[in-house]
Design a binder for this molecule. Structure first.
Ligand code: B16
Ligand code: MG
Length: 222
């Protein structure tokens, strides 16, 4: 497969906001007296805000009304926004901007596929918004990862089939979404973690289109 499109997750791939989501959920869980660890947070990565809240409430055997869920989500988001408000261009993870510029120069389509409803404002704060050919985020979706809807929408925006697109993901839910949509799934994180991904790299520092194509080629020759 020759890579023609690259679909980027935001939190944990472009910017290290996963830790801020954890901090905000943890502070909410503490107020609700629900134990919540960093390990439990791993399984929430990539899930929508509502799906994440419902997982936390379930783990604490807590049932609340829809109105209360909305209030709790607002509280969590206010705290999250207070933290990410200070993000700027220096917070882009190493190698991401350089890779995106190379991809653009070489005519590769670039789309964002993030569950976050805050994605556009974060991209503007870190100065990457204009490098995307398309943006699909939590405001445009009915189904969240691991459903492939988000990445399918991205590939349609780029006018490409999933079979020529690579998905960059740090979450198991995102890898599953990429696999079930027929995309090449590149896991970003500790090598050996996202085991279901087609290939796995620690981060995108010094990543190039040639290296990405090499990962696809070596997967296909195995
Ligand atoms: P928000 P991604 C996801 O973003 C995060 O991984 C997940 O932890 C978060 O709950 C979700 O966005 C919703 O975010 O509350 O900002 O709408 O990894 O898909 O870029
Ligand atoms: Mg992510």
């Amino acid at each position: 497969m020759k890579i023609l499109g690259c679909l980027f997750d935001l939190d944990g791939v472009i910017v290290d906001t996963a830790k801020h989501h954890y901090f905000a959920w943890k502070s909410l869980a503490d107020k609700l007296a629900i134990p919540f660890t960093e390990l439990e947070n791993e399984s929430l990565k990539g899930l929508s805000r509502l799906d994440s809240l419902e997982c936390i409430l379930r783990s604490g055997n807590l049932e609340v009304s829809s109105k209360t869920k909305i209030e709790l989500m607002e509280k969590k988001n206010q705290l999250y926004l207070q933290i990410v408000d200070s993000l700027g261009p220096d917070d882009v993870l190493p190698g991401v901007k350089e890779l995106m510029l190379e991809l653009r120069n070489k005519g590769i389509g670039i789309c964002l596929g993030s569950s976050s409803k805050n994605a556009s404002s974060i991209l503007k704060s870190i100065g990457l918004f204009d490098l995307f050919d398309g943006i699909v985020d939590g405001n445009h979706l009915t189904l969240s990862k691991p459903d492939p809807e988000m990445f399918i929408k991205c590939s349609k925006i780029l006018g490409l089939t999933p079979s020529v697109c690579m998905v960059f993901e740090d979450a198991e839910s995102g890898i599953e979404a990429a696999l079930s949509g027929g995309f090449f799934a590149l896991g970003i994180g500790a090598v050996g973690s996202l085991k279901r991904a087609h290939a796995n790299v620690q981060d995108l520092d010094h990543m190039t289109l040639k290296k990405l194509q090499g990962l696809v080629d070596s997967h296909e020759s195995n």
